[in-house]
Design a binder for this molecule. Structure first.
Ligand code: CO
Length: 213
């Protein structure tokens, strides 16, 4: 109960502070949203994108799931991408992994294999299988997990590129850009892995350089 009360009190204090600093803070966003980015990231509680990018309300359209996976059989994310591109007219999509991702660690260790979580993480296990020689060549388990985090961002970004709304936007000549990033929990910094635009030959996108070293 104490935690609930604290959360509500912090919310009140925050709302009052915003209005004190900027009386139009809330009213300017009531009618509509015009976010520039669709952000696809991990649900991890330490990886809060609007916090570490200092994005204001209206800045990021956010979808988070365990291990930032882009599965074409996920109706939730497919609807988010459809809405972001078709209605919000977003032209910047970020897939962001992070250092020491627990979902990726579990997929790397081969468990769990059953239940909703096992089913979900099977997609990340496939990423490991596809890049196992690259990942296994890393010197220790931490480095192997982080290399899988990076390979996963690359594969999920390609998965975004293969969705119908993205392909349609590129066919129309829209300047839609896909960004693959990782967030490093150790220093709080975002690091760039790769970018894909409408001129990128998708069948020749290689593995990104290591940045989580
Ligand atoms: Co994670």
């Amino acid at each position: 109960m104490h935690e609930v009360k604290q959360l509500m009190l912090h919310n009140r204090a925050w709302a009052m502070e915003q209005v004190a600093e900027d009386p139009q803070f809330f009213s300017r966003h009531v009618a509509d949203q015009k976010p520039v980015f669709l952000w696809i990231g991990c649900s991890d509680s330490r990886v809060a994108p609007d916090h570490f990018t200092q994005a204001l309300p209206g800045g990021l359209f956010i979808h988070r799931n365990i291990a930032n996976l882009v599965r074409h059989d996920d109706p939730n994310l497919m609807a988010v991408i459809d809405f972001a591109i078709g209605v919000l007219k977003i032209d910047r999509i970020v897939v962001c992994g992070h250092y020491g991702c627990g979902g990726i660690k579990a997929a790397f260790a081969g468990a769990p294999t059953e239940g909703p979580l096992g089913n979900w993480l099977s997609h990340a296990r496939n990423v490991y299988c596809d890049h196992s020689s690259e990942i296994d060549a890393m010197p220790d388990e931490t480095a192997q997990v982080n290399r899988l985090v990076e390979c996963n961002v690359r594969d999920q970004l390609l998965s975004v590129a293969a969705t119908a709304p993205v392909r349609a936007a590129w066919a129309e000549g829209r300047d839609l850009m896909l960004h693959g990033w990782v967030y490093d929990l150790r220093d709080g910094l975002l690091k760039t892995l790769l970018e894909i635009d409408r001129n990128t030959p998708l069948d020749s996108v290689g593995l990104p350089e290591r940045v989580l070293v």
